[in-house]
Design a protein around this ligand. Structure first.
Ligand SMILES: Nc1nc2c(ncn2[C@@H]2O[C@H](COP(=O)(O)OP(=O)(O)OP(=O)(O)O)[C@@H](O)[C@H]2O)c(=O)[nH]1
Ligand SMILES: [Mg+2]
Ligand SMILES: [Zn+2]
Length: 375
């Protein structure tokens, strides 16, 4: 991707666009969606970085800075409606403006959302139009299965397919045991074992990026997201930093979410490790993360069983039999409670958007099982 000076012509909306934009993930489907929203002298572009007040987009003529039109800002129900990394947008470059304008955001196929830490009635979109969410987790210590369950719920909820990527296998006393432990609580999810230091397992990530697909990396600070990004890139582009000696926590090295095109094809969104990963009001991701509990719940005597003290509870029975770990049930109930509280605080207009998202999720999960021949 070459850099261009803001204000330079963006190219014309002719047939050559599709092939030029393919490495960015453009497809006939996006082309058709773009055509329904395109105005005169507009081109499609993908958001590669969105900071406060400034948005970097990549299009046929390279990377340039753009900003949303006043109308787009005014019509947005919340920050979730504004361009975020991964979005496809309609960009116009009127000759009398020095900054290209983003006129519209194309409807998203998927979105990683979390409760906005600054405003509990809002959701924040961390990344849009991703196919795969890599849940990156280090195993230089014992894996934090509870954290993985939370991140999987968030990942399933996005409408993309989650994959757990265990990192630092070189620093684990028993990487295979760690992997088995994580696999036991990550139903229907691939679990990969990697060591960026030894160059082990990194190429296994590429199969999820074939055909110009997009993946986002999420996970705690210091888990090795940027290190993986660099390994896939084959160059040290992203800054990385040692975890703190005394508590093994990361130092929040990456500060901005960014979409990066890989030389072997495919796109990666490296994200900063987040302290607060609050769930939004949707329960769909939790259901997908805990299919074992949902299945056991079919045996409950009461349909509205809370799986605590009710007689005839199928879930409690499974815990007693040892098929469901007690900690896992606790984690499930905690996440559900959190989602319920978030749902009550969320703006009704955003909740309507969540309902629309549900449909996407169900379609995407179905597609996944069709593709992998499971279920
Ligand atoms: N031993 C070992 N260390 C690794 C591996 N991958 C990453 N690290 C180290 O872990 C530390 C943190 O890696 P980063 O890539 O900066 O972690 P990050 O997830 O991007 O962290 P934030 O940007 O803060 O969210 C660095 O010192 C890396 O060298 C690995 O496979 N093995
Ligand atoms: Mg990083
Ligand atoms: Zn029950």
């Amino acid at each position: 991707m070459s850099h261009t000076i803001p204000g330079e012509p963006l190219g014309s909306a002719d047939g050559s666009q599709l092939s030029d934009l393919e490495p960015l993930g453009f497809s006939p489907r996006w082309q058709a969606l773009f055509a329904t929203l395109a105005g005169p002298d507009t081109v499609p572009a993908r958001v590669i970085r969105a900071d406060r007040g400034s948005t970097l987009v990549a299009g046929v003529s390279g990377v340039l800075r753009a900003r949303p039109t006043a109308a787009l800002l005014k019509d947005a129900a919340g920050s979730a409606d504004l361009p975020t990394v991964g979005d496809w947008v309609v960009v116009a470059a009127p000759p009398d403006h020095d900054t290209p304008l983003i006129e519209a955001v194309l409807p998203r196929t998927s979105a990683i959302t979390r409760g906005d830490p600054g405003d509990q009635s809002q959701v924040q979109v961390l990344a849009a139009n991703i196919d795969t969410v890599f849940v990156v987790h280090p195993i230089d210590g014992p894996p934090n299965v509870r954290r993985i369950e939370r991140e999987l719920s968030l990942a399933w909820d996005s409408g993309a397919i989650p994959v757990v990527v265990l990192t630092k296998a070189d620093a684990s006393p028993s990487p295979d045991e760690a992997r088995a432990e994580v696999e036991a609580s990550a139903f229907g999810v691939d679990v990969l074992l990697t060591s960026a230091v030894r160059g082990l397992g990194v190429d296994d990530l590429l199969k999820y990026l074939a055909e110009h697909r997009t993946a986002a990396l999420i996970g705690p600070s210091g888990s090795g997201k940027s290190t993986l990004t660099n390994a896939l890139l084959g160059e040290d582009r992203q800054a990385t930093r040692e975890v703190r000696e005394h508590d093994r926590r990361g130092r929040h090295t990456t500060v901005a979410r960014e979409l990066i095109a890989l030389p072997k094809g495919g796109l990666i969104i490296d994200t900063p490790g987040l302290r607060a990963l609050a769930l939004t009001g949707s329960e769909a991701g939790i259901s997908s993360t805990f299919p074992d509990i949902e299945e056991a719940a079919l045996e409950c005597r009461f349909r509205d069983c809370t799986h605590t003290a009710e007689p005839g509870c199928g879930v409690q029975a499974a815990v007693e039999e040892g098929t469901i770990p007690a900690g896992r049930l606790e984690s499930y109930r905690k996440l559900l409670r959190e989602a319920e509280v978030a749902a009550m605080k969320t703006d009704p207009r955003l909740r309507a958007a969540e309902v629309r998202k549900w449909k996407i999720i169900h379609k995407s999960v179905k597609d996944h099982y069709r593709l992998t021949g499971r279920g």
